[in-house]
Design a protein around this ligand. Structure first.
Ligand SMILES: [Zn+2]
Length: 402
């Protein structure tokens, strides 16, 4: 089980009342006691009442124990997930790197602090940021703080179905969003979500006319408008049909609304992801939090485990860990975590250099500068991509850095 899955299972349990610590057991016992007391005062046989009280308390105890078992197993799962993600002897690894110890020189420790404070700021954990500022000589730049706050505000608004702040941002950054390498689909998807939330088809169509016609060349706007008419028709038809059969209505209708709600949540999650990506691109922030990437590669990615295993198994043969230039074993990483430090042009088969850097074309394909220049021969202003039919004009091709 993943750490985050294990943690959210534990969180779900802690918010469920049946398992919260002293509450239910005390309440149950109080209940049973006052009940028994009342019965005895009313003149019932004390012996019978007490026996029943004992039984009732026993039952309550068992119920609470059952809840606790769930707790312990969820807690155990978190522990197991942590053990699985991190090598069991992290201490041995950090020892292997001693002499000199890790982050002992000033520059390295400053770099580490900077990465940590950046990560905290990016998540909007301002209390932790100020604690870091107090403990180190670093300050988190105020422009970054403003941006981070803005990002947090907009993404939480999207999650709670308020798309207006995101749309306002898109409007303010219109020029950026429509610039190369590609016009962003974000504003269209935001408008689409607003469109879908309008239950009156006439109102929805007015909305689409006003805000979405500019996306007709690149997005299926007209199809969307037509589908809204069709969707509403089928929905209405279904309601009348269900109305005739009461049993069916409760079952089916409930399922549908639940599915719709789940779909909405998923859509909002997608929109948050899209928005974050554009926001980071706009301000040239790394797409992912660098600290998160590093920890993920070391733990779940398995790099630390590999280092430790190699050190243990091959020991002396490999010399000191610090002198390794390559990892002695392969670390299988998920595709999203594979990075390339070099670029080889698929046309010329030459490795890119400072003088012949990689260039991304409008379609997203990447070739070396010289290969692109060759395509532009004869004074042409634009060239067709060697891999797809999309044309790229000379000024639009973007330099990439590896
Ligand atoms: Zn292409």
């Amino acid at each position: 089980m993943d750490i985050s899955t294990a943690l959210s299972a534990l969180e779900a349990l802690s918010s469920a009342t049946s398992t919260s610590s002293s509450g239910p057991l005390n309440a149950l016992i109080d209940d049973h006691f006052s009940n028994a007391k009342a019965r005895i005062i009313a003149g019932e046989d004390a012996k019978v009442v007490i026996t029943e009280l004992q039984r009732a308390v026993g039952r309550s105890k068992k119920e609470v124990e059952k809840g606790l078992r769930g707790w312990y197993s969820a807690l155990g799962n978190v522990g197991k997930a942590v053990d699985k993600a991190f090598p069991p002897n992290l201490g041995a690894i950090s020892k292997a790197y001693e002499d000199p110890p890790l982050f002992s020189d000033r520059e390295a420790s400053l770099a580490l602090d900077r990465v940590v404070i950046d990560s905290l700021g990016r998540r909007g954990l301002w209390e932790a940021v100020s604690a870091m500022e107090e403990e180190t000589s670093l300050t988190y730049p105020s422009e970054k703080r403003d941006l981070s706050t803005e990002l947090y505000h907009i993404t939480t608004s999207i999650s709670s179905n308020d798309l207006q702040p995101a749309l306002k941002w898109c409007e303010a950054n219109k020029a950026f969003l429509s610039s190369p390498p590609h016009p962003s689909a974000l504003p269209y998807h935001l408008h689409r979500a607003v469109f879908k939330s309008l239950s009156d088809p006439a109102e929805a169509i007015v909305y689409a006319r006003k805000h979405m016609m500019v996306y007709v060349p690149t997005q299926p706007v007209l199809k969307l408008i037509t589908s809204c008419l069709y969707d509403n028709y089928t929905k209405k038809e279904k309601e009348t049909k269900d109305g005739m059969d009461d049993v069916d209505m409760t079952g089916d209708g409930g399922d549908d609304t639940m599915r719709e709600r789940e779909d909405d949540e998923k859509n909002m999650e997608e929109l948050v992801k899209m928005f974050k990506a554009e926001f980071c691109r706009r301000y040239q922030w790394p797409k992912e939090d660098p600290l998160e990437v590093a920890v993920d590669l070391g733990s779940r990615g398995g790099a630390l485990n590999v280092i430790e295993k190699a050190r243990r198994v091959m020991g002396e043969h490999l010399g000191h860990v610090r002198q390794w230039t390559d990892l002695p074993m392969e670390v299988p990483l998920p595709p999203s975590r594979r990075y390339h430090s070099v670029f080889v042009c698929p046309v010329s088969k030459e490795q890119a250099t400072e003088q012949n850097p990689p260039k991304m074309l409008t379609c997203g394909h990447v070739i070396a500068q010289e290969s692109f220049n060759r395509l532009l021969k004869g004074g042409r202003r634009s060239a067709k991509c060697p891999y797809c039919p999309v044309e790229t004009s000379q000024s639009v091709a973007q330099r990439l850095y590896f």
